[in-house]
Design a protein around this ligand. Structure first.
Ligand code: FNR
Length: 183
C-alpha cells in the first residue's frame, strides 16, 4: 500500500511561506502516490507535565496522526536562530508520557525556508538535535537550505524550475529512506 507521510509545519501564520513551500513539495514528481497528512499543532495548549497521565484531546489526536504515518517531514521556519516555540511545544507533547512517544523510530526529514540567504540552517540544526534524542532516524543528505524568492513557487503552487530538480532529488531520497525503515 502507498506510503503515508505526515507534514508538520512549524508556523501557524495564515500566509506562512513554509506552509506554501510544504504544499509545493507535495506536488513534486517524486511525491506522486504518497498520501500526505497535515497534523495541526496550533490547537495544542502549552505543554504541562502535570497532564501526562491525562493528555489533552489535541495531544492524543496529534499522536494518533503521527503514529498513522510511515514518516514525518518537518517544514520549519527559523525563529531567532532556532525552531519556533510552537514546534517545540508539539514535539514535547507527542513525546510524552515517558515511554509513549509517538515520534520514536519514525523516519524524518528536516527542511524549511526563509527570506534570508541563511536558509533556516540554524533552526534545522537545532531540530536535528531534538529529533535525534527522540530516536527519529533522520535523512542526512541532501541538506536543503532554501531562500524564499519570487521564483521558488510558481503561481500554480508548484516548485519553480530553478529548484525543482534538486528538491525532487531530496523528495526521492526521503521516500526511499521511509521505504527502507518501513516495518
Ligand atoms: C523571524 N525570522 C527569522 N528568519 C531567519 O532566517 N532567521 C531567524 O533567526 C529569524 N528570526 C525570527 C524570529 C521571529 C520571532 C520571527 C517572527 C521571524 C523571519 C522569518 O523567516 C519569517 O517571518 C518567515 O516568514 C517565517 O516563516 P513563515 O511563518 O512565513 O512560514
Amino acid at each position: 500500500n502507498p506510503l503515508t507521510i505526515a507534514i508538520v509545519v512549524g508556523s501557524l501564520r495564515r500566509e506562512s511561506i513554509n506552509r506554501r513551500f510544504a504544499e509545493a513539495l507535495t506536488r513534486l514528481p517524486g511525491a506522486k502516490g504518497i498520501g500526505f497528512t497535515w497534523p495541526a499543532i496550533g490547537d495544542l495548549p502549552l505543554y504541562n507535565q502535570d497532564d501526562d497521565a491525562d493528555q489533552p484531546a489535541a495531544t492524543k489526536r496529534l499522536k494518533a496522526e503521527i503514529r498513522a504515518a510511515d514518516g514525518v517531514i518537518f517544514v520549519t521556519p527559523e525563529y531567532n536562530r532556532s525552531i519556533p516555540g510552537v514546534l517545540k511545544n508539539a514535539l514535547d507533547h507527542a513525546s510524552r508520557p515517558y515511554g509513549d512517544s509517538a515520534w520514536a523510530k519514525k523516519p524524518a526529514a528536516v527542511i524549511g525556508t526563509t527570506q534570508s540567504p541563511a536558509g533556516t540552517a540554524l533552526a534545522q540544526q537545532h531540530l536535528r538535535n531534538v529529533i535525534a534524542y527522540l530516536d527519529m532516524p533522520t535523512l542526512n543528505a541532501p541538506e536543503v537550505y532554501i531562500q524564499m524568492t519570487d521564483a521558488l513557487i510558481t503561481p500554480e503552487g508548484t516548485i519553480g524550475p530553478k529548484s525543482a530538480e534538486f528538491l525532487d532529488s531530496w523528495m526521492q531520497a526521503f521516500v526511499a529512506w521511509v521505504e527502507r525503515h518501513r516495518s
